[in-house]
Design a protein around this ligand. Structure first.
Ligand code: ADP
Ligand code: MG
Length: 569
């Protein structure tokens, strides 16, 4: 057996993973459910140590027999009790490392005895020593303790020779760390770190669980479910699954039958969670993380504009709101294409390969260099416009990717909607490239259909084929189309028309313009006398612009009208 192989291990608070260089390329050894092993250790009913998912699954049911988030205790002399036995944090961590290594041995069919293990950049000497000790207890020779943001930067930049400053935003299950690093020729220096040791996906799950509990309080007129551990365990599980679903879809349905044990009336839960509600729930926590981002930049004395890249690390950065808020704050689109919950392990493997003098290739992923979105009505420079661009697939997304969002007709009695597909980054669709479009006719005209909206879904594959579908939620009516060369479309190319529906090609602005006029008419009596003349003038102008097909003018007038309308309604 050869023994020169050095593995990279991300020993995380919530999940851990292990990677190696194989055939010159870094690779995470998928062992568990999705390659990650929950950093969780427990005793099963027979008193045997279990590690990973089985331990995680019993955590809420048997808290006395389960240890979570041991990483927080590393470097302290706190003892944890499992059943009848006391364990040091190092010992518990060593079980997690042992599990990873035995999976890797099974996959690679060779012995593994040397490792690089990552730790947060802020870990002090005692915490680093404890991590090293955990490795030794697992029978490993720990070649090096590596900072997590350093590893993440290597996963992205190991092959670039240019000097650059990088911001690493790492939002995991229970911790948030942000670091500013500088990298040059594969050598990384951490300039500053900040964060919050108690912020992460677990908090988001808890907010969803609380929603579900409130709903059950209301449904059952009782709160006994709150003290029922089995119920709470299932709700937590369901909440996390729903949260993940919301990272790509605008709705998630949570369905749990027979929530209560036998002997009682069955308690069934069916709850639909909207992404927008979830985003409202977590907004404040994420804003807090942005303050830490600013703090780390200040400490490193780096301006946002001087950053070469912003990297997304940690499973919770898959939540689209995270990228949106970061882009708003820093003025650049963050990168998350190297799986955020694997890139630390990948980077550790790269470091191991570099130290072994190997020629290590960088992580290869296909990404979309552009954003794909849809034309909607919305705010443009403070005015309502019909040329508002709503992104659906953000740039830098790893391919293949499927994302969806929900849209609403402007009024309940609207019979058709225009789905116009754009590529580009500008908030105004007129500055982007229109690559296709179709009209969704025969919309249901009842109030529910209007409120439930239309789910528009984009799927982009590595060959640049973009599949688009629009589905009216109430009726399930769906139309779809395909753009063959979405990545190649340039401003000069002919616009592809998806031939889905005949009939006159009426732009959203026309329909919307008419609808706006109807809305104005409806509130005309309520309008204050001093506004009346102005409203009437604008109505005339809008009517004639719509008739002439002068989109530009219609848009401008509609914006002005909407503003006045806003005050009257
Ligand atoms: P660690 O804190 O150990 O570094 P990870 O980086 O693996 O943990 O992050 C784990 C967290 O990421 C969990 O809270 C998990 O629910 C969350 N997560 C994983 N995938 C997604 C997703 N698609 N959308 C939202 N959250 C996710
Ligand atoms: Mg992590």
């Amino acid at each position: 057996m050869t023994s020169d192989l050095v593995v990279g291990i991300d020993l995380g608070t919530t999940n851990s993973s292990i990677a190696v260089i194989r055939r010159g390329l870094p690779e995470v050894l998928e062992g568990g459910d999705d390659g990650l092993v929950p950093s969780c250790v427990g005793l099963d009913s027979e008193g045997r140590i279990v590690v990973g998912s089985p331990a995680r699954n019993q955590a809420v049911l048997f808290p006395d027999r389960t240890v979570l988030s041991i990483k927080r205790k590393m470097g302290s002399d706190e003892i944890v009790r499992l059943g009848e036995t006391d364990y040091t944090p190092e010992r518990i961590s060593s079980y997690i490392l042992g599990e990873l290594v035995s999976r890797a041995r099974a996959t690679l069919r060779r012995d593994i005895s040397r490792a690089i293990i990552t730790v947060p950049a802020y870990f002090n000497d005692a915490q680093r020593k404890a991590t090293r000790k955990a490795g030794e207890l697992a029978g490993l020779k720990v070649e090096r303790i590596l900072n997590e943001p350093t590893a993440a930067s290597l996963a992205y930049e190991s092959d670039s020779s240019e000097a650059s400053k990088i911001l690493v935003y790492d939002l995991g299950g229970g911790t948030f760390d942000v670091s500013v690093v500088s990298i040059e020729q594969g050598v990384v220096e951490v300039l500053a770190t900040a964060g919050n040791n108690h912020l992460g996906g677990d908090d988001f799950d808890a907010l969803i669980v609380e929603r579900l509990n409130l709903y059950l309080d209301e449904e059952t007129k009782d709160d006994s479910h709150r003290s029922d551990r089995t119920v709470q365990a299932r709700l937590r599980h369901a909440a996390e699954a729903a949260k993940k679903k919301l990272s790509t879809a605008p709705f998630a349905v949570i369905e749990e039958d027979n929530l209560k044990g036998s002997g009682r009336a069955p308690l069934n839960l069916s709850y639909e969670l909207r992404r927008s509600d979830f985003e409202d729930d977590i907004q404040e926590l994420l804003q807090g993380s942005l303050d830490e981002v600013t703090r780390s930049l200040n400490d490193a004395q780096v301006r946002a504009g001087d950053l070469g890249r912003v990297l997304l690390v940690g499973g919770s950065t898959r939540i689209p709101l995270v990228s949106r808020l970061l882009q708003e704050r820093l003025g650049m689109a963050p990168h998350g294409e190297v799986d955020p919950d694997r890139c630390v392990a990948l980077g550790a493997a790269i470091q191991a390969g570099m130290e072994a003098g190997e020629d290590v290739g960088s992580v290869l992923v296909d990404i979309t260099p552009y954003t794909f979105g849809i034309r909607t009505r919305g705010d443009l420079d403070g005015l309502l416009s019909f040329h508002h661009y709503t992104p659906i697939i953000p740039r830098n997304s790893k391919l293949p990717v499927t994302k969806s969002d929900v849209f609403f007709s402007i009024t309940p009695d609207q019979e058709s909607a225009q789905v116009e597909v754009f590529q580009g980054e500008d908030p105004d669709t007129r500055n982007n490239t229109r690559i296709g479009g179709f009209r969704f006719d025969g919309l249901n005209k009842n109030e529910n259909a209007y409120e439930d909206g239309i789910v528009v879904s984009y799927s982009l594959n590595v060959d640049g084929i973009l599949d688009i579908s629009a589905r009216e939620r109430v009726t399930g009516k769906q139309i779809s189309g395909r753009i063959e060369d979405a990545l190649a479309a340039r401003p000069d190319d002919n616009v592809l028309e998806l031939d889905l529906e005949d009939g006159p090609d009426q732009a959203t602005a026309d329909v919307a313009g008419e609808l706006l006029l109807e809305r104005v008419k409806a509130v005309l009596e309520k309008a204050p006398a001093e506004d009346l003349a102005e409203i009437k003038r604008l109505m005339k102008a809008l009517e004639s612009a719509v008739q002439r097909g002068d989109d530009e003018k219609a848009d401008q007038v509609a914006g002005e009208l909407s503003e006045i309308l806003f005050f009257i309604e």
